[in-house]
Design a protein around this ligand. Structure first.
Ligand SMILES: Nc1nc2c(ncn2[C@@H]2O[C@H](COP(=O)(O)OP(=O)(O)OP(=O)(O)O)[C@@H](O)[C@H]2O)c(=O)[nH]1
Ligand SMILES: [Mg+2]
Ligand SMILES: [Zn+2]
Length: 320
């Protein structure tokens, strides 16, 4: 492992410039644990802690170092951990603003592409996929939908049509680890040592895909429940891995908070409709048949997909 294989390039070299004279070394956070970080530096990996100053300056939890961050590190003089003195400015940040939780959580930093992984088994859920895409929308990374367990789907064309109603532009790749299909299509996203983060519900196959793309069994995987295909939250830590063929993968635990509808997430997902709704004639407009409804007018003009409105109207909501 070298810094270049970790995604280090000219940009990072420039950003690191101001720390170089200080005896600091560049590294990338590959693991985040309760008490320490794992940081990869040129040729090795070590344990590190954030300095008190970094902790004091962090207004939000997401201001603290996280997996994928490039950092300026002071190697320890003795046996103790190294210290993370600074975080280089992020090019992207996948941040989860959990509802009812004041502390935004950094899922992955400096990610070029996010694979939003969904399973085409009994657990496929369009609304949930939409919530994951909303999360990526704000990150600065490019979303890609990976529809895994494709061998279990009898009608991928129908699923594609469904997905297209909420994500007409996002690249969509069916894969099956079991059948060994579609995996080569994921390869180009890693060219140029790019970093790809995997997000999605528990049990969709994020870690299974990680292992295939790493060409080794780095991550544990777990069978899903038979009756509803739900996963069992096998992965518990976010972790960055370097691929032998180039590029890096950040595997993440299935996100529990995104499993069920909640007010904030819904509002974030349907921001466009919420915005239109402020223009409706009646403030309690249901957008079904009311006169002077701005939402129905947008559908009539072809600016809002009728399927998307239907999805919105179907969702149990705290505010409407
Ligand atoms: N049928 C089928 N099963 C798959 C496929 N890919 C993965 N699986 C299975 O799905 C189950 C869950 O896979 P994981 O990789 O552990 O899922 P995960 O997304 O990492 O789940 P968490 O770590 O809990 O978030 C395992 O039993 C895998 O063998 C596939 O293409 N087809
Ligand atoms: Mg996993
Ligand atoms: Zn309306």
């Amino acid at each position: 492992m070298t810094l270049a294989t970790l995604g280090w390039n000219e940009r990072w070299h420039r950003e690191f410039g101001i720390y170089a004279s200080d005896g600091l070394v560049p590294g990338r956070v590959v693991g985040e644990h309760r008490t320490h970080y794992r940081v990869a530096i040129e040729e090795m990996e070590l344990s590190a802690e954030a300095t008190g100053r970094l902790r004091n300056d962090a207004h939000l939890r997401s201001d603290m170092p996280g997996v994928g961050d490039f950092v300026a590190l002071r190697p320890s003089a003795g046996d103790g951990p190294a210290t993370i003195e600074a975080i280089l400015p992020r090019t992207s940040a996948l941040i989860r603003k959990a509802s009812g939780e004041q502390r935004p959580q950094l899922l992955a930093a400096n990610v070029d592409v996010v694979f939003v992984v969904t399973g085409l088994d009994g657990d496929f859920n369009l609304a949930r996929l939409q919530r994951f895409l909303a999360l990526v929308r704000d990150s600065g990374a490019t979303p890609v939908i990976v529809a895994n367990k494709a061998e279990l789907s009898s009608d991928f064309a129908a699923i594609t049509r469904e997905i297209r109603t909420i994500a007409p532009e996002v690249a969509l790749h069916p894969t099956s680890v079991r059948a060994g299909s579609g995996l080569a299509d994921l390869e180009p996203y890693f060219t140029g040592n790019r970093t790809v983060a995997f997000i999605g519900s528990s049990g969709v196959g994020k870690s299974t895909l990680t292992n295939v793309l790493l060409e080794r069994d780095a991550q544990a995987t777990g069978a899903v429940r038979a009756h509803d295909s739900r996963g069992r939250h096998t992965t518990t830590h976010r972790q960055l891995f370097v691929r032998p063929r180039g590029g890096a993968i950040i595997d993440t635990p299935g996100l529990r908070g995104l499993e069920a509808w909640n007010g904030d997430a819904v509002i974030a997902d349907f921001q466009d409709i919420e915005l239109l709704a402020t223009q409706c004639r009646f403030s309690d407009c249901q957008h079904r048949s009311e006169p002077k409804c701005a939402v129905l007018a947008a559908v009539a003009r072809g600016e809002l997909a009728a399927e998307r409105l239907a999805e919105y109207l179907k969702s149990p909501r705290t505010r409407r």
